[in-house]
Structure formats: C-alpha cells, structure tokens
Design a binder for this molecule. Structure first.
Ligand code: PMP
Length: 454
C-alpha cells in the first residue's frame, strides 16, 4: 500500500532530486539557450510537448547522426526515442540525405506530381497489399482524411476508436469511457469542437462484445485503430481480436482503418502484412520520409472507387481532404529513398534483434530487483510498465502509470546519456542501433532498479 509501481515514493523523490542535480551540473549551455528561448516561445520550445521532458529545462540538440545525438553541452546520447518514431531510420540516413540534397536543387514544391511519388506509392502498395495511395505531411492528416472519406462514403455520423488510443490531433479520437461507460472527452482534451459522444464510439481494446454492440448501431462509419496499442504502453491484441474487427466491419458495412504509424515497427509492411489484417485503409507516417515530413494512406480498390464516385472534380480542392504542401517533391524524394533503400526487410531484422536484446536487458533488471514490472516488445519497439502482467486494454495500461516514477526513469536515463521515448517508457531501435548502445541502457536501467529497491 502507498507504493508507486512497487517502490516507496520517498525513494523515488530522493533519486529524482539527485538526478536533477547531476542534470544541472551537466547542462549549463542548454539552460542558457532555454532562458533565451523563453522570451520568444511559450515554455522556451517550438512545440508545446517539448516542455514535458524530465529535468528543469529541455536538452537542446547540437547534432544527431545514426542512433546518437549530441547536445549543446557536448554530451553524447544513445537515442532510443528517435524523434518518437520520426527517425526510426536512424538520424539522417545516407540514402535519404542524398536524395533530399539532390531534390533541394531541383525544386522543393510545385503542386505537380513527379516520378518519385509513383515509385513511393508502388512500394507502399507492395508492402501493405493496398493498391491506391495518397500522401500527406503528417499521420494526423492522413487519419483525418480517412475519417472524412469514411463518413462521406458511408453516410454515417460516427467513428469508433479504441479507449486510450492516440492518432494525432484528430478531434474525434480524444474520447474515453467514464466510470459508467459513457463517452466523454479524455482528460486534458483542449477545446473539443463538439461533445465527443456526438462523434465517437469508444471500444475497449480486445473487447469483442463492445465492438459488436457499437457497430450494431449502424451509426459507425469506420473503426480507426492501431493493430497493437502503442500510445499507452504496448498492448498486444488477443488471438482473433483483429479478425473479429474485420468480421464485424464486414457484417455491418463499417470500414476498417488501421493506423500503422507506430506499428510499422513490426516489419516492412507493419502488422497489416505480418498478421494478414486486410483493412480497407492503412495510415503510415512519421518515419517514411526518414524524418522529412511525410505520411500516407492506402485504400482498397473498392474504397478508392467509392471515394472517386462521390467527390466532384469541381470541389476537390475545398472538400476538406488534401493540403498545399502534401506530396511535395522534397517529401516524395525522401519517401522513395527511405522506403527503397533504408527501411528494407534486412534493416528490420537488425532492428528487431536489438529490440530483443533491449527487452532481455530490461527483464534482467526487473528480475534482479524483484520489481512488479513487465516489458512487452513489438518488432523493433519495446516498453516496460509498472505492473506485473502485460496490460490487456488501455484502461489497465493507464492505471499502471505513475508520473513521478516515469519522470525519474526518464531523467536517470538522460543523465546516463540515453534518451527514452517521452510520455511512456518506450525504446525504439534503428537499423544502426548497436549492441553497445543497447547495453548502455541495460547498465543504466540495472543500476536504477537496484537503487529503487535499495
Ligand atoms: N498515429 C499514431 C498511432 C501515432 O502514434 C501518432 C503520433 N504519436 C500519430 C498518428 C500522429 O502523428 P503526427 O503527430 O506525426 O501527425
């Protein structure tokens, strides 16, 4: 009783205080830059999430290359965050840099197509088994566009999402279930345009009964889901759950939209390919341009035909789908090179092997300290949570979170020269992450877990 993740809160506070002192001594130049930046940006950062890093100020980056970055205080870090998947390729992969550098001198954006887009779309089609592709700049936009298309072609008002999901800043997706099972805005949702219950049905992950009930209303245009949850810890699907989603969608005329933005970690064609999911549409983003802004969505031939029949050429630029810079030449050059030369099947083998090593290192630390924590891996991504068994749905995963403990594990890793994915305890392996990189984390984690149990 009174323990946070099996640990005495007073011990967490003491270790955190010690890590803050180390951080302060290590990072005076970041402090100076932060002081300056606060005059021109709220929180001193260009995007609000960047204030949520642990420590008294953010770490400012000088340069990043491969699986490492160096901060402005000259400290080398093993980067297990990799831009929260934007740089899953490793930072500045040579093939992407070459293609982008060449394109920079040949026109950055024209709002006209080029050959790179066709090659990129063909590559995505062969990976995911969906024939038709469109490009955006963010996964958020790709999701938003598919939700519009889904409501447009089905004529239904709602979308269904998984409880505790994250799909970018998509209005409909910030819904959760309250204690009485009602759909409400998620804690912290900023300025919802309409009450969430008007737009959204919420499905606890791995709950077939709730799925059947929601789709049975006939109100749901599409189910939008990650095939494994990755934004509240990793929650893997039960055997048969995703087949049940496909089946329920088929029986009710609901579209199944799979967001593979993070789960691309499972292999070259994400979970869609690895688990033979047969969705109506797929979203990929973040890393497909090697860090250059780009995302995409793929559709079946049938869905594409329904969309094309229902959208008039005259209105195509003002219908709510598309964007001026989407599909720009620079992004398309980056996506082509990244898909064909960097995120190859061979790369996924190396990345996955390092994630296995990382998971074994974390498990060893948990076992040696006797902590009631668990670690779950999906391809080249892995995550530990402060509960003894792998979570079965988002609510279980959310209940296991402890903000103070999370802040400590992140800060301790950081002062040991390791960047974890923020907001949860996740690590991602790039094709150039080495065993030594992984072992640096294992050593740091082992020392922290020992210190936690004293
Ligand atoms: N989908 C998923 C599954 C994500 O995890 C995220 C971001 N974490 C997004 C979409 C949105 O990506 P972006 O912020 O690049 O639009």
């Amino acid at each position: 009783a009174g323990l946070a993740g099996g640990v005495d809160p007073a011990r967490i506070a003491a270790l955190h205080e010690a890590a803050v002192r180390t951080f302060e001594a290590q990072r005076p130049r970041s402090r100076e830059l932060h002081e300056r930046a606060r005059a021109s940006m709220p929180g001193g950062v260009p995007m609000s999430w960047m204030v949520k890093w642990p420590g008294p100020w953010p770490t400012f980056v000088d340069r990043a290359q491969g699986a490492h970055f160096t901060c402005v205080d000259g400290i080398d870090h093993v980067d297990l965050c990799l831009g929260d998947t934007g740089a899953m390729t490793g930072h500045s992969p040579a093939a992407t840099v070459r293609a982008v550098t060449e394109q920079l001198g040949r026109g950055i954006t024209t709002m006209l197509p080029g050959e790179d887009a066709a090659v990129a779309a063909e590559d995505l089609a062969s990976r995911f088994g969906l024939p038709q592709w469109q490009f955006t700049l963010t996964a958020t936009d790709a999701n938003r566009h598919l939700l519009r298309y889904a409501r447009h072609v089905t004529g239904r008002p709602k979308v269904a999402v998984v409880d505790w999901c994250y799909h970018g800043s998509v209005d409909e997706s910030f819904a959760t279930l309250d204690a009485d099972g009602r759909v409400v805005a998620r804690r912290g949702n900023i300025g919802p345009p309409v009450p969430l219950a008007e737009t959204t049905a919420v499905l606890p992950f791995n709950d077939v009964e709730a799925l059947e009930a929601a789709l049975g209303t006939g109100e749901v245009a599409c189910v939008l889901l990650e095939p494994a949850m990755t934004n509240i810890g990793i929650v893997l699907p039960d055997d048969g759950y995703l087949a049940a989603v496909r089946d329920a969608c088929d029986r009710t005329g609901t579209l199944m939209v799979v967001d593979e933005t993070h789960t691309l970690c499972a292999g070259p064609g994400g979970c869609t390919r690895a688990w033979d999911l047969r969705p109506d549409a797929v979203v990929v983003g973040k890393t497909i341009g090697g860090g250059v802004p780009a995302a995409a969505f793929g559709m079946t031939a049938d869905l594409t035909a329904r969309v094309q029949r229902s959208v008039e050429l005259e209105d195509i630029d003002v219908g709510g789908v598309g964007g001026t810079l989407a599909g720009n030449a620079l992004s398309m050059a980056a996506v082509r090179a990244t898909l064909t030369e960097v995120l190859t099947p061979a790369a996924f083998e190396t990345m996955t092997a390092q994630a296995v090593r990382w998971t074994e290192g974390v498990q060893a630390g948990i076992d040696a300290a006797g902590l009631p924590w668990q670690v779950t891996r999906l391809g080249c991504r892995a995550e530990y949570t402060f509960r003894p068994e792998a979570p079965h749905d988002g609510a279980q995963a959310a209940a296991a979170d402890d903000f103070a403990l999370q802040q400590l594990v992140h800060l301790q890793a950081l002062v040991d020269g390791i960047l974890l994915t923020p907001f949860h305890n996740m690590a991602l392996m790039s094709p150039v992450t080495t065993a030594e990189d992984v072992d640096r984390h294992t050593a740091s984690f082992g020392a922290l877990t020992q210190a936690l149990v004293g």
